[in-house]
Ligand binder design. Sequence first.
Ligand SMILES: [Zn+2]
Ligand SMILES: [Zn+2]
Length: 333
Amino acid sequence: MQFARIAVLSQSRGKLSSTKTERFRRGLVSMMLIGLVLLQSVGAGAWGNEGHTYINRVAAEHIPITMPRFFRSAVAEIAYLGPEPDRWRSPSEFALKNAQEPDHFIDLERVAWLDPLPPGRYEFYRKLYEKRAATASTDHPDDYLPEHVGLQPYIAMEVYGRLKAAFREYRQRLAAHQPTAAVQQAIIFYAGWLGHYVGDGSQPLHTTIQYNGWVGPNPNGYTTGHGIHAQFETAYVAANITAKDFAGLVKSPERLDDPFARYVAYLRQSNGMVENVYALEKAGGFTGKGSPAAFDFTTHRLAAASQMLLDLWYTAWMDSALPVPEHAAPAAK
Ligand SMILES: [Zn+2]
Ligand SMILES: [Zn+2]
């Protein structure tokens, strides 16, 4: 994983916030020197290819018998889709790369003043721009730009909504004795795509300003180097963990009464474990074969992702049977 650090910097998470500007500048020099090599590294994303594939696979293998048979049979397709949004980060598709990079993370420390988070993306934008406008220029107002804070829970809920709507369409077509092959494909795609963001959300370093090297006061002497992110989620996982190592930690799904609230709570739980990642790294837990403590921690984070993903699939399926309110009349323009 010689280029893993460069890969993380090259993603840059769409950020140029002031606390990261210096790191970014230094990274930029490396990037220019490395040149084209980094283009091949852009695909390395959260949890790496292996982690995202495992998270989706383990969730798919736990789909209950009460859900449609075609869905339970789609394990290979859903597993393939785990890393899908990391395939959208190439500079060769600039608009796509630019638009979707903030979807992979949220720096919860930057929105500690905003609790609960608003349920919609544009309400969130408005709150952030208000905060930015009220922040003195010496206090880094651009840290509150939506693309610097990250949009994790919003993309997750938006894809969840697509999945639920597709399940509803499936039910209606079944009831009307119409073909369902096309909507089945849509369901499998949305379910797999959703798995990527849910996977990112279980990686503590995707929920924090401490995403790749400790910043600010550092009484415990955690690493400030920029290798910890890829070392933990990509190199360590690929070398030491397989899907079967955490499959047994995943239980039958639960129907979530408030998916957005539960999802945000899941992100906050991840954020509460940021220091664990740094402490494990400091103890050498992610180096080489790693430590038992690192294995236990990492398998539980991967399992938490599979569990949340399974719960969201199950909730989307169950709630897709509920009657929907009539569409409101479009507002006059
Ligand atoms: Zn990552
Ligand atoms: Zn990601």
